[in-house]
Design a protein around this ligand. Structure first.
Ligand code: URA
Length: 436
């Protein structure tokens, strides 16, 4: 087979055969297909799409590109959670310890930032010493004790996705239902969990801008999961504005710690309870999501979820004294409040624009090899529906240099819409897809 012919076929809208997809994944993983050809194919897929059969073939080929973990000798049942990516989305840092605290072993492989959205691995690496690169053996041991592991995709698990994910991040080829579905589900199938909850985000701060696209992505992923014999539920959640108040790696870790200690932003806590309840229900620990939610609330209030998070940090080499006193996490030297340009009600906050601002401050990557500044980011002081007075701080910019702040003022102004009348309030969770 020749890669150039496969690229041309997809460019012209022809479905790829199972054999062609397997060939591409095998040879890209092995390094025989260069990044520029893979980027061209990814762009052709973004523009032309893939049907369900092609998407399933791509997912299975990427999952099988490395080891497929079987954790049943360690725990009879393990759970996992994944988000399709959003701005300010630190939910994993809350949900994972929360469900682990009620006895569900969490085996989670996470990603780095992608496009304008942050990634859990970058966030966790703002904790000094925290190791995200674990061997398969270390990953397995952590599933047993402390019963919670969040690690970067090891070289052995879904290596095809690992390479392609980094390539898509810098070639504007993220926004594609088949590519996102295959990326997410290949990792989920390879990392071995029995019950998986997917947080499928839609809106300005998500890769799926409309509810319809998000629903289609959710259905595609639930179908792939069921086909592979896993229990999968997808929660459709709104990214009409950033989640919580903090955007940026260390700032988000601080906010997640606050949530685990009982003082998190309401939207973050609510979404964490919804996602966690689905896992508790799927795992059969409780019959209904209402009963599951009660169980999780207790774990949050008793401090058990916080203790699990701490145990994970210790187990993965992080400095626990820094999370005990989160003000010791990396802190930006320049902190400047940005004033509201007029009085009125905030009717929209463009999460994508703010995510790009944080990237521009150094909190994300524009090339695969870039390093990031964990300390930078934004802390919002008001959200959609809130009333602000002209001159009052809308948000605080955390930057490495004053010059960075001067450059982004205009973009921040355009990210906010302020009107005289309050906007209708949108639901945080639009739908939950359990069956297809
Ligand atoms: N999350 C992933 O793991 N992959 C994507 O492509 C997008 C979000």
């Amino acid at each position: 087979m020749r890669m150039v012919e496969i690229i041309a076929a997809k460019r012209d809208g022809r479905p790829l055969t199972t054999a062609e997809i397997e060939w591409v994944v095998k040879h890209y993983t092995a390094g025989d297909i260069p990044d520029y050809q893979m980027a061209a194919l990814a762009m052709a897929i973004v523009l032309r799409g893939m049907d369900d059969r092609e998407t399933a073939d791509l997912t299975i080929a990427m999952a099988r590109s490395g080891d497929m973990l079987d954790l049943h000798d360690i725990a009879p049942l393990t759970v996992d959670k994944h988000s399709t990516g959003g701005v300010g989305d630190k939910t994993t840092l809350v949900v994972a310890p929360l469900v682990a605290a009620v006895g569900l072993p969490v085996a989670k492989m996470s990603g780095r930032g992608l496009g304008f959205s942050g990634g859990t691995i970058d966030k966790l690496e703002s904790i000094p010493g925290f190791r995200t690169s674990l061997s398969t053996e270390e990953f397995r041991r952590a599933v047993h004790e402390p019963g919670l592991v969040v690690a970067a995709q090891s070289g052995d698990l879904a290596p095809a996705d690992k390479k392609l994910y980094a390539l898509r991040d810098v070639t504007a080829t993220v926004e594609s239902i088949p590519l996102i579905a295959a990326s997410v589900m290949s990792k989920k199938l390879a990392s071995g969990a029995d019950c998986i909850v997917l947080d499928v985000k839609y809106g300005r701060g998500a890769f799926m801008q409309t509810l319809d696209d998000a629903r289609q992505l959710a259905r595609t992923m639930v179908a792939i999961g069921h086909h592979a014999g896993r229990k999968v539920t997808a929660v459709l959640s709104s990214m009409q504005q950033p989640l919580g108040f903090a955007i940026g790696n260390a700032l988000e870790v601080r906010e997640a710690i606050a949530a685990l200690r009982g003082s998190g932003p309401p939207d973050l806590v609510e979404l964490s309870l919804v996602l966690g309840s689905e896992l508790v229900r799927m795992a059969g620990l409780r019959d209904s999501v209402d009963a599951a939610r009660l169980l999780l609330r207790e774990a949050l209030q008793s401090g058990a979820a916080w203790e699990k998070f701490r145990a994970m940090v210790v187990n993965q080499g992080g400095d626990p004294t820094v999370i005990d006193e989160p003000e010791r996490l990396p802190t930006a030297p320049v902190q400047v409040a940005f004033p509201a340009p007029r009085s009125g009600f905030i009717t929209a906050i463009d999460g994508q624009a703010l995510g790009m601002v944080v990237n521009g401050l150094g909190g994300g990557r524009s090339r695969k090899e870039d390093t990031i500044d964990h300390a930078v980011g934004l802390v919002l002081h008001a959200k959609v529906g809130d009333h602000v007075t002209a001159g009052e701080p809308l948000l605080t910019v955390h930057a490495a240099h004053q010059a960075d702040v001067d450059q982004i003022a205009e973009r921040i102004r355009f990210a906010y819409t302020i009107h005289d009348k309050p906007p209708p309030l949108l639901p945080l969770v639009e739908d939950i897809i359990r069956e297809i």
